[in-house]
Design a binder for this molecule. Structure first.
Ligand SMILES: [Zn+2]
Length: 279
């Protein structure tokens, strides 16, 4: 369980959890089953990658926000109606949040969500994100793969393990109805948003569960302005042994508030210690 002092510190940061649902590809095929689909088989009306909806929430706050794509019907050159989707407002809404966030978190977000959002930015000529934002992006899947060993790293499994009931079930008909804007599209969209919101909430619970056993994502001292515990910002730290590493010696620190490893300070040549708390 996460220590209350660490949680209190985390709540002072702006930690944003995000999750997106993307539109499927449509393609022509003579039969189902295992096969190789080529670009030629793709339906020309659905070539542009689109995000159907996104959900996000701030750590420690109850509200989960959502945004959906815009859907309209347009006549083509032959007077036939066809459905058009536009994910622009999802990315615009999310980017407003992303720009305020100290840390942005998602499950498998580095390989999926962050890249998808960036792809829509590129396709829609939206402003690119500044480079520093990539430094603040975190991926819970990556954290788990690096530091833990569980039967599965999927959010569905973690959600079950934490007693949150797993991911909500979705069927292909959700994606098909919403993308083709069929009669039940609005109803299906509501269900997809519920699914989307649950994933974000579960991701927050997952993050708080795994965080103490993974690398701390930030140095708390950057926010407090003090040189104290890197995990929770407390200056109530105790010396806890000296460690020689490589060419230098370090005084290790233990936090009296969150009881975790608080960092280490370098022992200088004159025997004094540096004021900078390092990892
Ligand atoms: Zn601490």
């Amino acid at each position: 369980m996460i220590d209350p002092h660490v949680l209190k510190f985390l709540k002072t940061l702006k930690i944003l959890f995000i999750d997106i649902e993307t539109a499927p590809n449509f393609y022509a095929s003579f039969r189902p089953g295992k096969q190789h689909i080529t670009i030629e088989q793709l339906h020309p009306d659905f070539l542009e990658p689109q995000i159907i909806c996104a959900a996000w929430k701030w750590l420690g706050r109850p509200t989960v926000y959502t945004e959906t794509w815009e859907t309209k019907w347009q006549k083509d050159h032959r007077g036939h109606h066809k459905v058009i989707h536009d994910s622009t407002r999802i990315v615009q809404q999310l980017d407003k949040m992303v720009e305020q966030a100290d840390i942005i978190i998602g499950q498998n977000a580095k390989s999926f969500d962050f890249k998808w959002l960036n792809t829509v930015r590129m396709l829609k000529d939206l402003p690119p994100l500044p480079n520093w934002l990539t430094i603040t992006q975190r991926d819970t899947l990556e954290m788990m793969k690096k530091h833990l060993y569980l039967p599965s790293n999927k959010l569905d499994y973690i959600s079950r393990l934490l007693g949150l009931g797993g991911k909500l079930p979705t069927r292909w008909e959700h994606w098909i109805s919403i993308t083709l804007d069929r009669d039940d599209a609005q109803e299906r969209m509501k269900e997809m948003l519920t699914y989307n919101k649950k994933d974000v909430k579960d991701n927050e619970a997952q993050f708080l569960k795994i965080l103490p056993y993974c690398e701390m994502t930030v140095n708390a001292n950057l926010w407090t302005g003090f040189e104290g515990c890197r995990q929770c910002g407390s200056t109530n730290v105790a010396r806890n042994g000296i460690r020689h590493m490589g060419e230098a010696s370090y005084q290790q620190l233990q936090c009296r508030d969150c009881h975790g490893y608080a960092g280490r300070v370098r022992i200088l040549k004159d025997g004094k210690t540096s004021t900078r708390v390092m990892k």
